[in-house]
Design a binder for this molecule. Structure first.
Ligand code: DGJ
Length: 862
């Protein structure tokens, strides 16, 4: 007898099996297209691969699965099945070239194999015993001659089992908001992403095989060599991790839905919970994960990303924002290239100076009000990375979290909660994506949204370290005349004797008032401000120390240091090692004591001006050394969380050498961030353009100044640029000439009148400051009854010019009354009445003299 007849005989002669509790027709299982991988097209239930009724050897079958070689269908049975019966054959829809072999495998062994089957052959029946089989695999191969026309059908597949065999066969989990659907399948342990994108988008389906959270073993994912999102080095030196779906939980809270998907690895004991917090109305999802070491020994996390998702689309573009001190948030857009693109930060304390941790991926070049866009922002104030990896078929895999260059120690039983990614999608351009993020930020991403942001005079650029009480009072007097509402005393008010803070070389850490400069102390100064009708704020930098300080002399081991190495300074200072509980407590007490001692303070500017270059925690054990930087970031959060809980009315500003911490890890603990030390209005227009993609304009400070060549620009231009964010002043107003002070006052008065709308309204960006020499934006009330429109002519062409500039975001059907709100020497806009449609499509007529100039226009529905 040939081996072929033997196998067939064995199949046909099989005795009746043990009685099964349940019989399932496998054609009724969900989603064959996602469960079966095959060489061409998609597997179908009860149809051939071409979509015809199943027909083999001239006979039609009601039930079965139409596939195409080479196909593979894994089914986990968990030892709960007893038999599989059915038949197989080549579908009659194909030509003569078809030749197919059907194989049934159990736990890697061939249980049944058909002969090479051709078109017209009668279906081959089988009845295969499965007792104890855990992994069943149904294979359709090409018979060794290539897969042309190899349409192979599985027919009448009946699985006999205990009732539990298919419990984990296939489940879909969808995390969704009004417009976004992010769907996963949990199929026999594998958690894969099925779809990510707009619900309305027909191309949203992703191919099977894309792991939702690729671990070290599954990083290959059948599509490309992807970086793992979790890579764990065990105590045995192995990276032995394969996460499998365990369970999920969905809870609702107001307009938010939280989905937790639990993964586990039976072999290593590691567990991961993927978290998704969906904000339905805002179309925003916060996503992060908890990594639990469920093994008996400590492990090292080599890579421990917060999230991963795959985005499909044609001609995908990636927009990132790079920069440095005084040069934050420079726009940079390029098509997504093949391979891996990584942006990130390793400076620890200035996470967003080199690169912003916010990004946009768009189909084609990103447009303001059209096109598909995904925008994200990583909420972490330490080292971070974001990876953009090309996948096959026009897709990009986005993943990221804490930067893996500093691996983490995770003790047995311990867990690590990763930072969150704030994510949104839009089918109407990046403008809508920004507005989604702004809406989210106003309830979850920043503090004190309901508090009117005061117009601040910050002393830094006006006085630097060179002040005494007399000078500060003169600044206050002039500030009051210009309509300023709060005086903030910046750096230089503390340290005594040889450690007096008269430059950045000494004093940090010695938080006692400098008795020479301020003999009456801070509370007196606050009262002086109050007497003038000003609020009062103070600058602190509690995370740092100058080696020239009493603090350093007393606690040299509180500063970071690598053993045997010189301590390299940045701006003459060192980071305090907040991974030590006593140092964390010290930094907390610095600010708490100041606020208790000086109850006149209403605002704290929290600064951080040094990079962490040499991460070493003096005296710490290896585990503490490895986790030092993340622990320092968490300590920074804990300190602020305690402070804002104890002093809920104090406004905190997040500053790190300008815009070094412009991200949603810090911002929820503050009311605003300091966007940059550079107040040059041209530079600021570009920065504001960038920031506005992710942050509402009320969340960052922009000051009228003279530094960075700002003084060369007309006062009105500087004021109008500052109005597009939270306006303040950063110069010594007592040095201004009377007409300049008056000009500033008039501008601030306009700002104050428009402020409620500017901070509550929705932002519509118009023309980019990178694109043309007249750039524009509008802030529009939600009901579209009012708007403020900004237009800036950025270059001095030495010639007058007229032209229309489109006003975005209005209601085309409304009629609007238009008037210039902030009038300077030249009138740019003639008051008049326009239809919304005309303003939006043809634009508002503007006349310019020579530039640089600005127009602030009020638009009211009639
Ligand atoms: C950096 C900040 O960005 C400035 O505004 C100022 O506060 C200085 N630090 C003070 O040292």
């Amino acid at each position: 007898m040939s081996s072929r007849t033997l196998i067939l005989a064995a199949a046909v002669l099989l005795p009746a099996f043990t009685a099964a509790a349940e019989t399932t027709d496998l054609a009724t299982l969900p989603s064959p297209e996602n469960s079966i991988t095959q060489g061409w097209a998609e597997a179908r239930a009860n149809r051939s691969v071409d979509g015809n009724p199943l027909r083999v050897g001239g006979k039609t079958y009601e039930s079965g699965i139409g596939t195409h070689a080479n196909a593979e269908w894994p089914i986990a049975l968990g030892g709960e099945a007893t038999a599989l019966r059915g038949a197989s054959g080549v579908d009659d829809e194909v030509g003569e070239k078809a030749s197919v072999v059907f194989i049934i495998e159990g736990d890697g062994k061939v249980l049944w194999k058909s002969p090479v089957m051709k078109k017209g052959d009668a279906a081959q029946p089988f009845a295969v015993k499965l007792d104890g089989v855990k992994a069943l695999r149904l294979v359709v191969n090409d018979g060794g001659d290539g897969s042309t026309e190899d349409h192979g059908d599985w027919l009448d597949l009946k699985l006999e089992h205990s009732g539990k065999a298919l419990a984990n066969y296939y489940k879909e989990i969808t995390v969704e908001t009004a417009a976004l659907a992010w769907t996963f399948s949990a199929s026999q342990g594998k958690l894969e992403q099925r779809r990510f994108g707009l619900k309305s988008d027909p191309d949203k389906t992703r191919a099977p095989g894309v792991y939702a959270y690729p671990d070290y073993i599954d990083r290959n994912a059948d599509v490309a060599l992807l970086e793992p999102t979790l890579d764990v080095l065990g105590a045995d030196g192995l990276r032995n991790l394969a996460l499998r779906y365990d369970s999920q939980e969905v809870t609702k809270e107001g307009g938010k839905t939280r989905t937790d998907i639990r993964l586990k690895d039976e072999v290593s004991g590691m567990r991961v919970v993927l978290h998704f917090l969906a904000h339905e109305k805002e179309d925003v999802i916060e996503t992060w994960c908890t990594i639990v070491n469920g093994s008996k020994e400590a492990v090292t996390l080599l890579r421990f990303d917060s999230f991963a998702f795959s985005l499909g689309g044609k001609d995908l573009h990636l927009t990132t924002f790079r920069g440095g001190w005084g040069d934050e948030m420079n726009w940079s857009e390029a098509p997504v290239s093949t391979g891996l693109r990584r942006i990130g930060n390793q400076s620890f304390t200035h996470p967003t100076h080199g690169y912003s941790s916010s990004f946009v991926v768009s189909e084609g070049a990103a447009q303001e009000e059209s096109g598909k866009v995904v925008a994200g922002s990583l909420a972490w104030s330490g080292n971070w990375h974001l990876d953009f990896q090309s996948e096959y078929k026009d897709a990009v895999r986005v993943s990221g979290g804490i930067h893996p260059f500093q691996p983490q120690h995770l003790a047995a039983g311990a867990e690590l909660v990763t930072p969150r990614l704030i994510l949104t999608v839009s089918g109407k351009g990046k403008g809508a994506a920004s507005r989604n993020l702004h809406r989210w930020a106003k309830h979850s991403g920043m503090r004190q949204v309901e508090v009117t942001r005061p117009v601040i005079l910050n002393s830094w650029d006006g006085a630097y370290f060179n002040f005494d009480e007399k000078r500060l009072l003169a600044m206050m007097d002039a500030a009051v005349k210009s309509g300023v509402e709060m005086f903030v005393l910046d750096d230089g008010w503390f340290g005594n004797g040889e450690n007096a803070r008269n430059s950045d070389t000494a004093g940090l850490g010695d938080w006692q008032v400098n008795r020479e400069k301020l003999p009456h102390d801070i509370q007196w100064l606050a009262e002086q401000a109050h007497e003038r009708g000003l609020k009062f704020g103070l600058w602190v930098e509690p995370e740092m120390v100058n080696p020239r300080s009493e603090l350093f002399a007393k606690h040299p081991d509180w500063a970071v240091k690598l053993p045997g190495r010189e301590q390299r300074l940045g701006r003459n200072q060192l980071p305090l090692d907040l991974s030590k509980p006593e140092v964390e407590e010290f930094a907390y007490k610095v600010v708490a004591d100041i606020l208790d001692r000086y109850p006149g303070i209403e605002y704290i500017k929290w600064d951080n001006n040094g990079h962490l270059q040499d991460a070493g925690s003096q005296g710490a054990k290896p585990a503490g050394q490895m986790n030092m930087t993340t622990e320092m970031t968490r300590a920074y959060y804990r300190i602020l969380d305690r402070l804002v809980a104890k002093y809920p009315k104090i406004i905190f500003q997040d500053c790190a050498s300008g815009g070094g911490r412009a991200e949603y890890g810090s911002l929820p603990r503050h009311a605003e961030f300091w966007a940059s030390d550079n107040q040059n209005p041209l530079k600021r227009l570009q920065m504001h353009w960038g920031y506005s993609h992710f942050f509402p304009p009320m969340s960052w400070g922009a000051h009228i100044a003279e530094s960075f060549d700002s003084g060369k620009f007309p006062m009105k231009f500087r004021i109008d640029v500052a109005m597009t964010a939270r306006l303040g002043v950063e110069l010594d107003p007592s040095h201004l000439k009377a007409d300049q002070l008056e000009e500033m006052r008039a501008g601030i008065e306009v700002y104050k009148r428009l402020r409620p709308l500017l901070h509550a309204g929705e932002v519509f960006r118009g023309v980019s400051p990178y694109a043309a020499d007249v750039c524009s934006s509008a802030v529009v009330a939600e009901d579209k009854a009012r708007a403020v429109f900004f237009a800036f002519r950025t270059k001095d062409h030495g010639a007058a010019k007229e032209g229309r500039v489109k006003v975005p975001g209005l209601d085309a059907a409304k009629r609007y009354r238009v008037s210039e709100a902030h009038v300077g020497a030249v009138r740019h806009v003639q008051a008049g009445s326009f239809s919304g449609q005309e303003l939006m499509e043809q634009g508002l007529p503007l006349s310019w003299s020579t530039g640089p100039e600005s127009a602030v226009v009020e638009i009211m529905a009639e």
